[in-house]
Design a protein. Structure first.
Length: 70
């Protein structure tokens, strides 16, 4: 069984697929656009959680008090 990675990029790719399919058939467009919005929201949620877990290097520097030499 294949393992599906749940990364922000994966959800953004699925959202893009939904938007493209929605443009090809108005019959299913509303459902696909709703799914695409859900995928985009999940991508943002995962990215936000990832950013909270690993602070930016500049943030770590300011928190430890390390300053560049003058």
């Amino acid at each position: 069984m294949a393992t599906t990675l749940r990364t922000p990029d994966c959800f953004l790719e699925k959202a893009d697929q939904c938007f493209r399919l929605a443009n090809s058939s108005r019959e299913v467009a509303n459902e696909l656009e709703a799914l695409a919005q859900q995928f985009m929201a999940k991508a943002v949620e995962l990215e936000t959680a990832r950013e909270k877990k690993s602070p930016e290097p500049s943030d770590a520097k300011s928190k430890t008090g390390n300053q560049p030499p003058k």
